[in-house]
Design a protein around this ligand. Structure first.
Ligand SMILES: [Zn+2]
Length: 694
């Protein structure tokens, strides 16, 4: 959509801004990618402001329209509104993640509350809701396609779930619950942070036995920074505590550090999270009931693939039954090591990492540095391209002279086998100060249909992978290789989507299927043979290494599963409580794990008072890691059955999953692809949990 003339003519300042602001003009670039070299920090704010003004005017026009509301004049019109705002937002937020600066950060601080207020203004607009509700209630009149019905349903439900159907008084209660919740959750996470930062385990030289050099030198720095030069300090942050637990030969110190870790937020001091956590659980139950849901979990799961708590419980309990015996076997194996070494004690939770490391060495003996020479970054990238090509015929051609989001990024044109343009893919792989941590896939432009034509996507894969250094090219770890395949899977999803409307609704617990499934190809011997070539000799990776790699995936699976399932079940237990909820957190947790049968050698991956996930966005959602694993293992099984590059399976996967994601019910999409609901068996098999009893 072009610019609203109304806005431009009404304000000469905006007119001037429009003349040199790339967001307010056609991009005029190859493939219409954002003209990054012309976009300056000063262009964002005016584009945001004009974008919001335009969008408001468009929505006002929908509301004022005197015609009877229908799908086109209401839902489609709403979907088309805010074009400029979307255009500037997508570039801005992709850049603040991958290539930020002080100016961008300042703009972020300024624009974030404005965008939040703007989105509230729409989501809580009663006149707009009235129109949407009218269309929703009169659906049969409009002869809607499946995609249109899905859009309407989700749009309507979104308003309802925000309280649009409530009376004035109830809406006020809802607002005050939401406000209180936001205060509590900020306080909760600050407490976890403070408890983590306030704790130090100081040790003398004799407390360092068994620790790797890198950990020791880091610990010396921490001690020095804490005013105790000459000592060593360990913290409850993951990069400190877990290597310590893994390598420290001092059992007492392991126990002390572990206890500090598992009691964060539970020390009866000013940072105690027990009361805060209990109030959050109570308020969320209350809010669910206010909105007409049985529990918070019912509210959360409604738009997801899982739909109801029973489905989540059935998955988690099924796996739990399998994983606990495997973990028990692991305890037996580790106890043998303890006995053999003459330790006269029983394995405790804080001993697990130490003895698991001994098991790992004994059983698999796989060293990261043996693998890296076979994982040169460019080869791995060509490996993912190879897979996409073999599966879908898609081709990737480097684009030279293309406008880039950062000078280190590379651009590729993505084409069908017949040469049809699909989109543009950026890849931006190495760490730098202007980039946040982790790896992700983002979009500078998403697919949709406009006047019957595809608006082609501009997608970016961003990582913080090992840099080349000296004569060495970038040699990746196995983890980094999987991450690259993973993010590329998200990119394929974004590139292949055939959605008509700009708003799509991808089920939250379905998002990781297209990404996690790609990780399976990364370790298939047939694929490794293609891309895992020694960076000097060009020799493909030896079969013995591939073999070790494949065997090592069963390592510590009992523990890994039990630990994460315990946390997932705990999350579900809290959020399936019906209002009114008044619980004592420590008692609840203790009784719950007793009832569930958690073995004494394992502590839940998170305990309540520092379980940040289920305060911040993963509430009644921690299960999703396991859910997604069921999906990707079962979906990949479809390929395994017929061949990992079988064309009919690949075609069906593309048509039913990648093209449709976000435009129809996730379970239906899955069944259309697989012929049945996802089965848990492939996951059990791949995790070595299939025949587990002793
Ligand atoms: Zn992902």
């Amino acid at each position: 959509m072009g610019l609203s003339l109304l806005v431009l003519n009404s304000c000469s300042k905006n007119k001037k801004a429009a003349t040199d602001n790339p967001f307010l003009n056609d991009y005029n670039t190859p493939f219409n990618v954002p003209p990054f070299e012309r976009i300056m920090a000063k262009h964002y704010m005016p584009a945001f402001e004009i974008g919001m003004t335009e969008a408001r005017a468009e929505i006002e026009a929908i509301i004022r329209d005197r015609q009877e509301p229908d799908f086109v004049n209401t839902i489609e019109a709403l979907d088309k509104s805010g074009d400029l705002l979307t255009r500037v937002s997508s570039v801005f937020f992709a850049q603040t993640s991958a290539n930020t600066s002080d100016s961008l950060q300042n703009i972020e601080v300024e624009i974030s509350p404005k965008l939040a207020a703007y989105s509230d203004e729409i989501r809580l607009n009663p006149r707009l809701f009235e129109k949407i509700k009218y269309v929703y209630d009169n659906q049969p009149k409009y002869n809607l396609s499946e995609e249109q019905q899905f859009l309407l349903e989700n749009l309507y439900k979104g308003f309802v779930r925000n309280g649009a159907n409530l009376g004035k008084e109830e809406q006020d209660s809802l607002k005050s619950i939401n406000q209180r919740l936001s205060v509590l959750s900020v306080k909760f996470s600050q407490n976890v942070l403070d408890e983590t930062n306030n704790y130090r385990l100081f040790v003398d030289k004799d407390g360092l036995a068994g620790l790797p050099e890198s950990l020791i030198s880091g610990a010396a720095d921490v001690a020095k920074a804490s005013g105790q030069e000459g000592k060593w300090a360990f913290t409850t942050q993951r990069p400190s505590i877990f290597p310590f637990l893994q390598y420290s030969e001092n059992r007492e110190l392991r126990r002390e550090l572990f206890n500090a870790y598992t009691n964060r937020g539970n020390n009866g001091n000013e940072y105690d999270n027990n009361a805060i956590f209990a109030e959050i659980i109570k308020l969320r139950a209350e809010r669910a009931s206010l909105l007409g849901y049985k529990t918070h979990s019912h509210y959360v799961l409604e738009p997801r693939m899982a739909k109801v708590p029973e489905n989540v419980f059935s998955l988690l309990n099924n796996l739990w039954e399998r994983a606990v015996p495997v973990a028990r076997n692991e305890v037996v194996d580790m106890q043998k090591i303890i006995d053999r070494e003459g330790g006269k004690f029983k394995l405790e939770p804080s001993d697990w990492w130490y003895y698991a490391e001994k098991m790992r060495k004994q059983k698999y003996d796989l060293d990261d540095s043996e693998l890296r020479p076979y994982f040169e970054l460019d080869n791995v990238r060509d490996g993912v391209f190879y897979c996409a090509n073999k599966l879908f015929g898609i081709k990737f051609t480097p684009i030279t002279g293309c406008s880039l989001p950062h000078s280190e990024a590379r651009a590729f044109e993505v084409k069908e086998a017949d040469g049809t343009h699909i989109g543009v893919l950026y890849m931006d792989f190495h760490p730098r100060d202007s980039k946040r941590q982790g790896a992700w896939c983002g979009t500078y432009r998403s697919h949709r249909m406009l006047d019957g034509q595809s608006v082609t996507p501009v997608v970016t894969v961003v990582g913080n992978f090992t840099r080349p250094s000296g004569d060495l090219p970038a040699l990746l770890s196995m983890d980094e290789v999987s991450t690259l395949f993973h993010e590329f899977g998200h990119a394929l999803d974004a590139l292949c989507n055939r959605n008509t409307y700009s708003q799509t609704f991808v089920a939250w617990d379905f998002v990781e299927l297209p990404s996690q499934i790609m990780e399976h190809w990364a370790t298939e011997p047939e694929v490794l043979n293609i891309y895992a070539k020694h960076y000097i000799t060009g020799e493909p990776i030896p079969a013995s290494l591939v073999n070790k790699l494949s065997k090592s995936r069963y390592f510590n699976q009992g523990f890994d599963n039990v630990e994460i399932l315990a946390a997932s079940l705990l999350d579900m237990a809290y959020y399936t409580l019906e209002a009114p909820v008044n619980i004592d957190i420590q008692n609840f947790e203790k009784e719950f794990f007793m009832k569930t049968g958690l073995i004494p050698e394992i502590v839940s991956r998170y305990r309540s008072t520092y379980f940040l996930h289920i305060i911040d966005g993963y509430d009644s959602g921690y299960y999703s890691y396991t859910w997604a694993a069921v999906l990707d293992n079962d979906a990949f099984e479809a390929f395994k059955e017929k061949g990992i590059f079988d064309q009919s399976v690949a075609g069906s996967y593309r048509k039913n999953i990648l093209e449709k994601n976000g435009t129809m019910d996730a379970m239906q999409m899955y069944i259309n692809f697989r012929g049945h609901e996802p089965s848990i068996e492939p996951l059990l098999k791949n995790r070595g949990l299939l025949q587990a009893t002793r």
